[in-house]
Design a protein. Structure first.
Length: 349
C-alpha cells in the first residue's frame, strides 16, 4: 500500500510500504476514507522538529473498518469510524478522568505501540489501530460525502479548539479572544460560540480566514499583533482584556499575546503545541490572578458530545478545509499549508 513518509525538511514522499496486519486481539485495520495535514506536522516539515530518520507521518483520519481482532467488540467490519490523533483504551484511570491523551496503554500514530509494533501513520491507505475498542468511534451509519470533512475535524482540530474553550472556562456571556487563525483557532471560535460566548474576537490578518471566523461566530477581527494587538484588545474590553483567551499557536509570542490580552482574574486556555522556549511569567500571573490551563487535547473524550451536532448540521467545522487533494499529491498538500496557500488540506485516496 501507499503511505506518507517524511525524510527531512521539505521532503515528503508517498512510499510503497507493507500492508498493515493485525498483531494483537485488540487491533483493527481501517481503510482510510479521508486524512489531512495538521499544522503540527509542519514543525517537522520546516525542520524545526528534527527528523532523525525517515518515518511515517499523519495523525488525523476517518475510514471504514476492514478487519478486527478477536477481542474487539465496540466496532465491527463495515463501520465508519473516527480516530483521534492518538490511540487509547478509554478504560484506564487517565482515560476515565477525561485525559485520554495520557492513556496508560496508548500511544501515537507513526510510532511503536506498547508491544513494539508500528501504529501506522494516518496519511496512508490503511491503518493498523491498536486499542480499537477505545480508540475508534463509530458513526450510527456510513455518512454522506458532504459530512466527511466535519467528521474528520473530530479527529483533532474541532476537539482541540473545544479543549481550548473548555480549559479557559468559556460559558454563556463570556468574552473571548482567539490567538491563531489556523484550523484549530477557527474551530476554537466555533467552540466558543457553541458554548455561549457573547463576544468573540479572532486575531487574524488573512481575509479568507477572517471570513470563516465570522461564519463560525466571531464578532470582531483584530489584525494587530504584539503591543498594538494588546492595546486593541483592551480597547474592546473595558481597558482590561477578555474573560477567556484561547491560545492556538504554540509560540512564545502567541502565549505572551494571550496572557497580556486576558483581564485580571481571567483564564488562558492553551492548545498550541509549544515551540520556541515559551516560559510562563509567574509573577505576572500571580499579580493579576490570571489562570493558564490546557495542553494536548483529549479529543477522544469529546467525540460523543460533538458528533450529534455535526451529524445534525448544527455545526460545520469542516469549513476549515479549503483544499482537497488526492493522497498522491501529499507533498503539494504540505507545501500549500507551509506557504499559507491553504488553511487545512484534506487528503483522499
Amino acid at each position: 500500500m501507499r503511505a506518507t513518509v517524511i525524510y527531512g525538511p521539505k521532503d515528503i514522499r508517498l512510499d510503497e510500504v507493507a500492508d498493515p496486519i493485525l498483531t494483537g486481539v485488540t487491533d483493527a485495520i481501517v481503510r482510510v476514507v479521508a486524512a489531512c495535514v495538521c499544522g503540527s506536522d509542519l514543525w517537522s516539515y520546516r525542520g524545526i522538529t528534527e527528523t532523525k530518520q525517515p518515518h511515517r507521518i499523519g495523525h488525523e483520519f476517518v475510514g471504514i473498518v476492514e478487519e478486527i481482532g478477536s477481542s474487539v467488540s465496540n466496532v465491527t467490519v463495515g463501520d465508519f469510524v473516527i480516530a483521534p490523533f492518538y490511540h487509547c483504551d478509554m478504560e484506564c484511570i487517565n482515560c476515565r478522568n477525561g485525559v485520554s491523551t495520557s492513556c496508560q496503554h496508548g500511544g501515537w500514530w507513526g510510532s511503536a505501540d506498547r508491544d513494539g509494533d508500528l501504529a501506522d501513520g494516518g496519511q496512508g491507505e490503511r491503518i493498523r489501530v491498536p486499542n480499537a475498542d477505545g480508540t475508534l468511534f463509530a458513526t450510527p451509519t456510513v455518512p454522506s460525502d458532504d459530512l466527511i470533512p466535519s467528521l474528520l475535524t473530530l479527529s483533532d482540530v474541532m476537539g482541540t479548539g473545544h479543549h481550548a474553550a473548555i480549559s479557559a472556562g468559556v460559558g454563556p456571556g463570556s468574552t473571548v479572544v482567539v490567538v491563531g487563525d489556523g484550523a484549530v483557532g477557527l474551530c476554537a471560535v466555533l467552540a466558543a460560540k457553541r458554548l455561549g460566548a457573547s463576544r468573540i474576537v479572532a486575531m487574524s490578518r488573512h481575509a479568507d480566514r477572517q471570513a470563516i471566523a465570522r461564519e463560525f461566530g466571531a464578532t470582531d477581527i483584530v489584525e494587530e499583533r504584539g503591543d498594538d494587538g494588546v492595546e486593541r484588545i483592551r480597547e474592546l474590553f473595558d481597558g482590561i482584556g477578555a474573560d477567556c483567551v484561547l491560545e492556538c499557536v504554540g509560540t512564545k509570542e502567541s502565549m505572551d499575546q494571550a496572557i497580556r490580552s486576558t483581564r485580571p482574574g481571567g483564564t488562558v486556555g492553551y492548545v498550541g503545541v509549544p515551540h520556541g522556549g515559551s516560559e510562563l511569567p509567574i509573577g505576572t500571573l500571580f499579580g493579576s490572578n490570571i489562570g493558564v490551563r490546557g495542553g494536548v487535547a483529549p479529543v477522544r473524550n469529546y467525540v460523543e458530545e460533538l458528533l450529534p451536532e455535526v451529524l445534525a448540521g448544527t455545526i460545520n467545522p469542516g469549513r476549515v478545509f479549503d483544499l482537497t487533494l488526492p493522497l498522491s499529491e501529499v507533498a503539494e498538500a504540505y507545501a500549500a499549508m507551509d506557504e499559507r496557500r491553504a488553511t487545512k488540506v484534506m487528503l483522499t485516496p
